[in-house]
Design a binder for this molecule. Structure first.
Ligand code: DLZ
Ligand code: SF4
Length: 518
């Protein structure tokens, strides 16, 4: 049977379900660089380079294995500019008996695929994505009939299902979660490991020229591009993380330091989400380090929880809740995204630093994203759709399946508590405790009121005041509401007037090329 096998830009794994039964004698692999995928949101320039360069390297590897690859480059004559357009052209060229694909990472793309069979009159087989550890139907069964879909319950079920860090039915070390050991501040002067980066080769440099020429007004720096774009590179990145960073990863996973964006973090999410690595091998490799005595359990458990727990959980939720999920706005947040999310031009040092890291590397770590950039968006009541688009644009690892639940649910609580039992709101004290940002800031983190006070301080209380009706009944917020109740009316008034003055002074990002859906 002549089969056309479509491999998408984030499906670059040698054992992808699309390729398992490939017959080199009759089959063709189709890969296509299409402008629609580059611009449905205006991705960071490095994210575009990563996708196109990794696709080109993957195609070369398949060809070296004797596979016929029909590769459509962005500027090839006749490029139709969309997956559907390119499938139509490829069907006309190859006249296949069937088309085989693996389920995509985004609902938008699956909706396209579901249309192809009828539209083109050819069998279209959409296969399960076996790179994930929890198949979509397994998640659906787990979620069925449950009132709360909590990550911790899911994670324990996944530990039992896969056997990672298990001792029979019980977790190794007698506990499921070592999180409270994982919140240390990075001591001043502590040296952090030199990180392995991957300078572009000739193929990647050609893609960098293409992106600079075709997408000049997309957000982000291009010059420092240094992400691995092959499986071999990604495996080296993984080994470097395991050797040099994993032992300290747990202790300092929530810490932030100015000028040091990578710390002990994995930096493997871009490769993992493209398919250059898979979740199982990454978890297995980390577990081995613990079994060999090379890394402590708090670090290894924390790392495995991110992948086996959180990553699989958000993917499961995404597919269970789409397409309605992004429509909710539980806190009625409507403020426009401020301009500084693109420019970094703000006197708030923490935000300026996180935007800067994001612009230079298409990367920021989870606490920078959640507790600085996301926390500000929550407290300032920024419109969820605008914040979600920003996160999808700017991070090299961001695809909607992972970005949307993390931002809509976790950071903004726009789903009203499906993901998180309470909004992740924090004042400046949290940022001060976990970073050295406040030392270089124009604002005073200890001051509670007035023009010199850290805006997170009054925005935090203002958020609780503004959303009182919705949040007061939440048992996890009982303590801050008791504090609020004890506040003198004059103090409450000062909070609201500081917050109003500050929020009114923000410049909206309307009109910025990165700020609007293309
Ligand atoms: C992110 C991306 C980009 C920028 N370009 C392409 C492309 O030209 N061709 C392609 O096959 N995939 C690309 N991707 C990845 C897709 O956007 C991704 O497969 C879908 O969003 C589904 O997750
Ligand atoms: Fe951020 Fe406030 Fe600290 Fe400045 S003082 S860095 S705004 S937390």
């Amino acid at each position: 049977m002549r089969t056309l096998r479509l491999v998408l830009g984030d499906q670059l794994h040698p054992r992808l379900a699309t390729l398992t039964d490939l017959d080199p004698g009759t089959d063709t692999v189709l890969m296509a660089e299409v402008v629609e995928e580059a611009t449905y949101v205006r991705h960071h320039k490095q994210k575009l380079v990563l996708a196109f360069a990794a696709m080109r390297h993957f195609a070369a590897e398949l060809r070296a294995r004797g596979v016929a690859v029909d590769y459509v480059a962005l500027e090839d004559a006749g490029n139709a500019g969309s997956f559907t357009g390119e499938i139509a052209r490829a069907i006309a060229r190859h006249r296949p008996d069937r088309v085989v694909v693996t389920e995509p990472g985004e609902w938008r793309v699956e909706a396209m695929m579901r249309d192809w069979e009828e539209r083109f009159g050819v069998t279209v087989e959409i296969r399960d994505d076996t790179r994930f550890l929890c198949p979509r139907p397994v998640f659906a069964r787990w979620a069925e009939g449950r009132e709360a879909l909590r990550m911790e319950t899911f994670y324990r079920a996944m530990r039992r299902r896969t056997g990672f860090l298990m001792d029979g039915r019980e977790p190794v070390g007698g506990r499921w979660n070592f999180d409270h050991d994982n919140r240390r501040r990075l001591p001043a002067g502590q040296a952090v490991p030199e990180r392995l980066r991957f300078p572009p080769d000739a193929v990647t440099r050609e893609v960098m020229d293409l992106v600079a020429r075709r997408f000049p007004d997309h957000f982000g720096d291009l010059d420092g591009f240094a992400w691995p774009v092959t499986r071999a590179g990604a495996l080296r990145a993984l080994k470097h993380f395991l050797d040099d960073c994993l032992p300290e990863f747990g202790d300092y996973q929530d810490a932030m330091r100015a000028g040091t964006p990578f710390l002990y973090h994995g930096l493997i999410a871009p490769a993992l989400n493209l398919g250059l690595l898979d979740a199982e091998e990454v978890c297995r490799a980390a577990e081995e380090r613990w079994r060999d005595g090379a890394a402590p359990l708090n670090a290894v458990e924390g790392f495995i929880r991110q992948i086996l727990g959180w990553r699989e959980y958000v993917r499961g939720l995404y597919w269970a809740l789409m397409p309605d999920y992004p429509e909710t706005n539980a806190l009625g947040a409507t403020r426009d995204l401020p301009w500084f999310y693109w420019s970094g031009e703000t006197a708030m040092a923490c935000l300026a630093e996180c935007v800067r890291d994001t612009r230079i590397h298409a990367h920021a770590h989870h606490i920078q994203r959640l507790m600085v950039l996301g926390n500000f968006a929550l407290l300032a009541g920024l419109a969820p759709a605008q914040v979600e688009e920003w996160f999808l644009v700017v991070y090299a690892d961001a695809y909607e399946w992972v970005e949307l639940p993390n931002v809509h649910g976790m950071a903004l609580w726009a789903d009203g508590g499906l993901l998180g039992s309470k909004p992740y709101a924090a004042s400046g004290a949290y940022i001060d405790r976990m970073s050295d940002y406040c030392r270089g800031c124009a604002y005073d983190v200890k001051a509670k009121a007035g023009a010199a006070a850290c805006p997170f301080n009054y925005l935090y209380w203002n958020f609780l005041i503004e959303n009182e009706e919705r949040l007061r009944g939440n048992p996890r917020l009982a303590m801050p509401y008791r504090t609020l109740d004890r506040m003198a009316p004059a103090r409450r008034d000062a909070i609201v007037s500081d917050a109003t003055r500050f929020l009114d002074s923000l410049t909206a990002s309307e009109g910025h090329p990165g700020g609007e859906r293309a």
